[in-house]
Design a binder for this molecule. Structure first.
Ligand code: ADP
Ligand code: ZN
Length: 739
């Protein structure tokens, strides 16, 4: 009998050998899961090989306890891909394998029922009930608030996640009759009955024709290629994707379309549904059962086109011909837990293995992708104009330092923006206002004693949510009520500074009492249904002004929007992150891109305190190349991507001394491994957010010339990592989050 090599979902970067399960005749092979003894426990891992010989004395090996799956759950293609991920992202093969399979698939979910919660008390009593539990049971208060804000029932699991609790507070509330829970049957196909949106596109524009020709040529060659489709907002990138997919299907192959989760709206899905019959949709709103059903449809080849967020890159398509990544610059393509993969890079590696084509679409490509296309690693296709010769909207940059102050404080809305809104609303057109912070005031403090209301568990100021009359930590959900006077000196009056979306909404309400208003941020968009309803209402023009966070910037196509306001271009600019200029450029360009997509021309007002910053200036002129040239100079000076590769090592734990020591040890190991190379090790130093949820945080940064050098250096941590009790070490290769 051969031995069984098993990859376990543990942070240990090696496989373990076992004896063939006693008295078992088979089948057993790579991709099947097995239960094996490990230490004093037993774990489920993946069989990854059946070696004939092992390095250690076979007498010391234990047999596999149980074979979990009757047939392989993952095929050779995903085995190979996850092995690469484990190497590249410095995690174990078992961790990577475990991450690519949806929970429902692993668990074999058969149930088609899901528990839904809704508020169980009359509207008039809700506030009182919340007040009762507010102090002693804040998590119950959060649950009630979320339910009270939602006109529809919320799946219990989602509700718990949103409230940052387990499900037990929800069960308690249900026992007390404050929440009602019912089991409902769920549809297998989440988009059944959704009408297709037929695009009235007759002919491609000459630019689209040219771009498509480049993609077609690659698809026809049957070999791996990546192509950057750089097209300004409203240039018709989706039409190019759709025709490229049609070509792929005509050649008997399948396609995966990756979009940022938030852009996975019925609007997007309808456009694909209209052209293709066999579409599978994966998104986070699916229940485990639904996801499993979609997964199985794909595996059985009942779907040729898969649409989903980053995890859809692992969809079990047998004959991959094309992967499209729409809005490839979006940070949501990067996973922020182990394995910390980027869907773009995984897609490229998968396409490499499969001989497939990758199309990376964006109006504001990431600098990494741009550089790769300049170096000839990716092809480049350009859509420099909007369809139907529609102009890109003129952008006016307003220097908020020079705005005549109304009632002492800097005004939230500039004179220009108010005038533009008035004119548009007068003509029955629509307006989008973008503010990157939720809540009412982003900062509450006392001018008398300089006390700032902060989170006791995190090193951040609390945000005031006027609607709930609570100050809340946006990192850990800790919350407090506030009185008129400072909680510290008890005599100064509290000042509420920094405006979030909630305050913007109330200011607009006062200025334009007639306008129908909606706010779109993660406080109001509790369910997927809420998000889709507001977008539907906006589309059917039941809403005039939409105020929101970056949620509103993602690929929305509403032709009647003529005015877009970016209320503060600075909020992202001053983040301690080398990508802050890039993010600012992307945000302004993307949000501005929502204006003037129909027949009526649009205009954009960008408010800022740094009107001369190159990111703001370049975005105002729609000049991506100018931005890139400037930003690349800075990146090059400092050796940041795309001029080098980064890994960020974060040590975190409850004991600051232990965390500091762990970071010192990690830095020393990295430094030693980097000896004799040009790689640099920076730190250790406290993270820009030095404490979160009562855990202290230190980090070390490694800058290396290339990925293999980086992987070799980071591998030095395998020995020092995880050796120190409550202190944990996480490794992030190609990090996007520097905070
Ligand atoms: P992008 O993704 O580049 O921002 P979209 O793909 O959303 O742009 O296209 C913008 C709008 O232009 C859509 O309403 C789409 O139906 C329309 N459109 C796309 N191609 C054409 C074309 N060749 N002729 C006319 N309209 C088009
Ligand atoms: Zn906190």
């Amino acid at each position: 009998m051969p031995f069984v090599s098993v990859a376990l979902p543990l942070p240990v970067r090696r496989q373990f050998d076992y004896l063939w399960p006693e008295g078992y005749a088979g089948p057993l092979g790579p991709g099947q899961r097995v239960r094996v003894p490990f230490g004093r426990q037993s774990h489920v891992g993946f069989c990854v090989g059946l070696p004939d010989a092992v390095d250690i004395d076979p007498a010391r090996l234990k047999p596999v306890e149980d074979v979990v799956d009757p047939a392989p759950l993952v095929g050779p293609e995903l085995l190979r891909l996850t092995r690469w991920m484990a190497e590249y992202y410095a995690c174990s093969w078992g961790e990577a394998l475990s991450a690519v399979l949806p929970a429902g698939v692993k668990r074999g979910a058969k149930r088609r029922r899901v528990s839904m919660a809704r508020i169980g008390v009359p509207e008039g009593e809700v506030a009182d009930r919340i007040a009762e539990v507010q102090e002693g049971r804040p998590e119950q208060a959060r649950v009630l608030r979320l339910l009270a804000a939602s006109p529809e029932a919320i799946p219990v699991a989602d509700l718990a996640r949103r409230a940052g609790t387990s499900t037990s507070p929800i069960q308690t509330l249900a026992r007390r009759g404050l929440v009602t829970i019912e089991e409902v049957e769920v549809e297998d196909d989440p988009f059944a009955g959704l009408e297709a949106r037929l695009d009235e596109t007759e002919a491609l524009t000459p630019d689209q024709t040219k771009a498509l020709a480049a993609v077609h040529a690659a698809v026809l060659s049957g070999k791996y290629a990546s192509i950057l489709l750089w097209g300004v907002t409203g240039s018709g990138k989706t039409e190019v994707y759709i025709r490229a997919i049609a070509e792929t299907l005509a050649r008997g192959k399948q396609a995966i379309v990756l979009v940022p989760e938030i852009a996975l709206t019925p609007q997007t899905v309808r456009r694909f549904r209209a052209r293709f019959d066999r579409v599978a949709v994966l998104h986070s709103g699916l229940t485990e059962t639904q996801r499993r059903a979609q997964w199985e449809r794909i595996a059985r080849r009942e779907a040729d086109v898969v649409i989903g967020p980053r995890s859809a890159v692992f969809a079990p398509v047998a004959d991959l011909g094309l992967v499209v990544l729409d809005e490839e610059h979006e940070p949501s393509f990067k996973q922020n837990s182990t394995p910390r993969y980027h869907a773009r890079d995984v897609a490229i590696m998968r396409a490499h293995h499969a001989g497939a084509v990758v199309v990376l679409g964006s109006a504001t490509p990431s600098l990494e992708t741009w550089a790769n296309s300049m170096r000839g690693k990716y092809g480049l296709a350009i859509l420099p104009r909007r369809v139907q010769r529609r102009p890109l909207p003129p952008v006016e940059v307003v220097d908020m330092a020079r705005e005549a102050p109304v009632d002492k404080a800097t005004p939230l809305l500039s004179h220009s923006l108010v005038m533009a809104m008035r004119e548009a609303l007068g003509k029955g057109e629509q307006v989008i206002l973008f503010r990157n912070r939720r809540g009412h005031s982003t900062f509450v403090g006392c001018f008398r004693c300089h006390h700032v209301v902060r989170c006791p568990r995190c090193d951040v100021a609390l945000t005031w949510h006027a609607i709930w009359r609570r100050a809340i930590c946006h990192y850990c959900n800790h919350e407090v009520g506030l009185e008129t006077f400072c909680p510290d000196c008890k005599t100064g009056r509290l000042s509420y500074l920094g405006a979030g979306t909630e305050r913007v909404e109330s200011v607009v309400e006062k200025l334009f009492p007639e306008a129908r208003l909606a706010r779109m941020d993660s406080d109001t968009m509790v369910t997927r249904g809420a998000y889709e309803r507001v977008l539907g209402d906006f589309e059917s023009r039941k809403i005039d002004v939409l105020v929101g966070t970056q949620m509103i910037g993602k690929g929305l196509d509403f032709p009647e929007v003529t005015v877009v306001g970016v209320l503060s271009a600075d909020s992202v600019l001053h983040f301690p992150d080398f990508r802050s200029a890039e993010r600012t450029f992307q945000l302004i360009t993307q949000v501005a891109g929502r204006a003037g997509r129909g027949e009526r021309p649009g205009r954009v007002v960008v408010q800022t305190l740094t009107p001369l910053h190159y990111a703001v200036q370049a975005a105002a002129r729609h000049d991506f190349r100018a931005f890139v040239e400037k930003d690349l100079v800075h990146r090059k000076e400092l050796g940041y991507p795309p001029f080098g590769r980064l890994a960020r090592v974060v040590c975190h734990g409850p004991d600051e001394e232990a965390v500091h020591r762990a970071a010192e040890r990690a830095a020393a190991a990295l430094l030693q491994a980097a000896g004799g190379t040009s790689a640099q090790v920076l730190g250790p130093s406290p993270c820009p957010l030095p404490r979160l949820e009562d855990r202290f945080r230190w980090h070390v940064l490694v800058k290396a010339g290339g990925p293999s050098e980086l992987a070799r250096i980071v591998a030095a941590l395998d020995l020092v990592k995880g050796a120190s009790g409550k202190t944990q070490t996480t490794i992030d290769v190609d990090p996007l989050d520097m905070i």
